[in-house]
Design a protein. Structure first.
Length: 267
């Protein structure tokens, strides 16, 4: 039998090396995602006549909440023992190791703190705006995972399977790209709902806070739940349950999203 078609992947995660400073693909893509997110939120503030001076503190709240939450989520949910034994590596964010569930929790806490002092930007108002660029940043982060040869999928015999040579010689599902594609589609969906419905309602003084936040939670974590079936396990939970940690953490997020959508519909 001829060998199965697959894609050999052996890209150096370091884009270029400046001696004491290394620029990683992951870091570049992470920064690009959040920079584009900043520009999107800036346009939202202009369209809705919100003070642009609030963008800088909002940006730092979101970045801080996302990075700290995602890093702590990865450590606590997936690899606590390793980081207890190697505490210095907690700070190696540039090498990857960010959990989207933890990042979501971190952003929620950060936005709650941000909204407390701004009456014109209630908590659900600001979350509805921030979730749109957040999922775009998530798409770039998943592409960064490909460059880091991490969060790869299970062995596969599909023609587009990747062999991550820095891991092993096994063709695998490029589940990072599956997830990046899903996030890109969700971003387009949320942005269109914002432009065609939420923005118009807001300009008419008939805003329904929570719609985009609910859609975000339902769409993103339903996609995450399904794609986890293609992903190599990163926790030991699959040894005792038919689902892994990522799927378990996705369930409450989907339920919260459904509750937000029900709340909006009721109003």
């Amino acid at each position: 039998m001829p060998p199965l078609l697959h894609i050999e992947w052996n890209v150096d995660p370091v884009l270029f090396d400046l001696g004491p400073v290394q620029v990683h693909w992951y870091g570049l893509l992470f920064t690009t995602g959040f920079f584009l997110g900043y520009l999107i939120v800036q346009r939202m503030f202009v369209w809705e006549d919100k003070p642009l001076r609030d963008l800088e503190p909002l940006f730092f709240y979101v970045i801080g909440g996302a990075v700290i939450g995602a890093r702590l989520g990865h450590i606590v949910f997936y690899n606590l023992t390793y980081y207890v034994l190697n505490p210095i590596e907690i700070f190696y964010v540039h090498q990857g190791g960010l959990a989207s569930h933890g990042g979501g929790i971190g952003i929620i806490i950060a936005l709650y703190l941000y909204a407390r002092s701004r009456r014109d930007q209630p908590f659900l108002w600001i979350t509805d705006r921030v979730v749109v660029p957040t999922i775009l940043a998530g798409m770039f982060i998943r592409i960064g995972n490909v460059f880091n040869s991490e969060l790869y999928g299970l062995p596969a015999d599909v023609p587009w399977a990747f062999v991550f040579e820095q891991v092993d010689a096994v063709p695998r599902h490029p589940v990072q790209l599956y997830e990046a594609l899903a996030y890109g589609l969700i971003f387009v969906t949320l942005f269109l709902v914002y432009r065609l419905y939420v923005l118009k309602r807001a300009q008419q003084g008939e805003a329904q806070h929570g719609l985009l936040s609910g859609l975000f939670l339902v769409l993103v974590f339903t996609a995450r739940f399904g794609l986890e079936f293609f992903k190599a396990p990163v926790s030991d939970l699959v040894e005792v349950l038919p689902i892994d940690m990522g799927q378990l953490l996705s369930l409450p997020a989907v339920l919260l999203g459904l509750w937000l959508l029900w709340r909006v519909k009721g109003r």
